[in-house]
Design a protein around this ligand. Structure first.
Ligand SMILES: *Cc1c(COP(=O)(O)O)cnc(C)c1O
Length: 343
């Protein structure tokens, strides 16, 4: 298929780092329209020093993966949901929306053009796709840009956990990730610049990342680093917090559906109080990059709360992980509309 030779990568030991793959998609918006976009080998983007992305953070992004199945096909998991979320992010920052059609076409073109970089089935690796939109052009005042770039690039990434699903620990942050009525619910660049310091402080204390509480009262769990939080109650319900400042994770909504319809569990989006963690048998973080990451324990001031075990993944978290990844890699039948075949 590919004109180029196979790439020589250690597929079983890929991390999550930038690799320059063959082609990326780029489209420009000017005078009210996106151009039709093109693939390019050039991974450098040259922009004006007046670009709003540089000064005012007028930028948003997405993250999704292409999966190689056992029979060698290549598929995407719910990419329309990423397209819709990118549109919501664009609207919030007064940037022009990318149509669902253009988004899907760009993602598919990038997957096909980088076919030789898609990790083989069985390695746990995937091709991670990073769409983004940013304000560019010659600007200076605090106002929306007059020109925009929509790009999509791809990198092969490894399984998040090499030695199986290993629980890790998190620490409650004193910082807020997002304001109550701010931009926490959209995937915009500024949210992540401000998370770097809290994340660094957590890692310096040997935690995987920090957990953010609700900004208004600091009593309820909102996010786990750049992933959503979920828990299994001692009476067998799947619960995840409900708040407008949480980023609506596609993985989270998928788990809500699978827990209810495939595992027959009661599910709910409800408040999860940091002083009531005894109610939960298991807890985890979820997102495209981390998939499902079991939470061993949470440090809250002087208290350290352990969920299921510090070393073993809990049984419900394990079943959800197997079901979700089984669907993503094509081993399990997917709910209608969840899978888009590319190759
Ligand atoms: C992207 C992201 C998630 C995960 O969303 P998915 O759609 O599941 O990948 C969760 N929280 C934050 C803050 C994010 O940026």
């Amino acid at each position: 298929m590919s004109k180029k030779a196979a790439v020589d990568l250690d597929w079983n030991n890929l991390g999550f780092s930038y690799i320059k793959t063959d082609e990326r998609y780029i489209s420009h918006w000017k005078d009210g329209v996106w151009d039709k976009g093109t693939l390019t080998e050039d991974n450098q983007v040259t922009i004006s020093e007046g670009s709003t992305v540089i000064h005012y953070g007028q930028s948003c992004f997405e993250g999704l993966k292409a999966y190689r199945t056992k029979s060698g096909e290549v598929q995407l998991f719910r990419p329309e949901e990423n397209a819709k979320r990118l549109q919501r992010s664009c609207r919030r920052l007064l940037m022009p929306e990318v149509s669902e059609e253009q988004f899907l076409s760009a993602v598919k073109q990038v997957v096909i053009a980088n076919e030789r970089w898609i990790p083989p089935y069985g390695t746990g690796g995937t091709l991670y796709l990073r769409p983004y939109v940013m304000g560019v052009g010659d600007n200076i005042g605090v106002a929306p840009a007059q020109e925009y770039i929509f790009g999509v690039f791809a990198i092969p990434v490894g399984a998040y956990f090499k030695g199986g699903l290993a629980p890790t620990s998190f620490i409650i942050s004193e910082y807020d990730r997002a304001a109550s009525h701010g931009t926490g619910g959209v995937k915009v660049g500024g949210n992540y610049a401000s998370s770097l310091l809290p994340g660094k402080e957590a890692k310096q204390r040997s935690f995987s990342d920090c957990i953010y509480l609700d900004p208004a009262t600091h009593t309820k769990i909102e996010e786990v680093g750049a992933a959503n939080f979920f828990a299994i109650t001692k009476d067998g319900r799947f619960v995840t917090p409900d708040s407008p400042s949480i980023l609506p994770s596609i993985t989270k909504y998928s788990l809500l559906y699978l827990a209810e319809h495939h595992l027959g569990m009661p599910v709910s989006q409800e408040d999860i109080y940091i002083n009531q963690l005894d109610q939960y048998a298991e807890a985890g973080a979820c997102g495209t990059a981390a998939v499902i990451s079991p939470i061993a324990g949470i440090q809250n001031g002087e208290d350290y709360h352990v969920f299921y075990s510090e070393t073993e993944v809990g049984p419900v978290t394990r079943r959800l992980y197997d079901l979700l990844t089984g669907i993503q890699f094509g081993d399990e039948e997917a709910p209608t509309g969840w899978i888009t075949k590319v190759l």
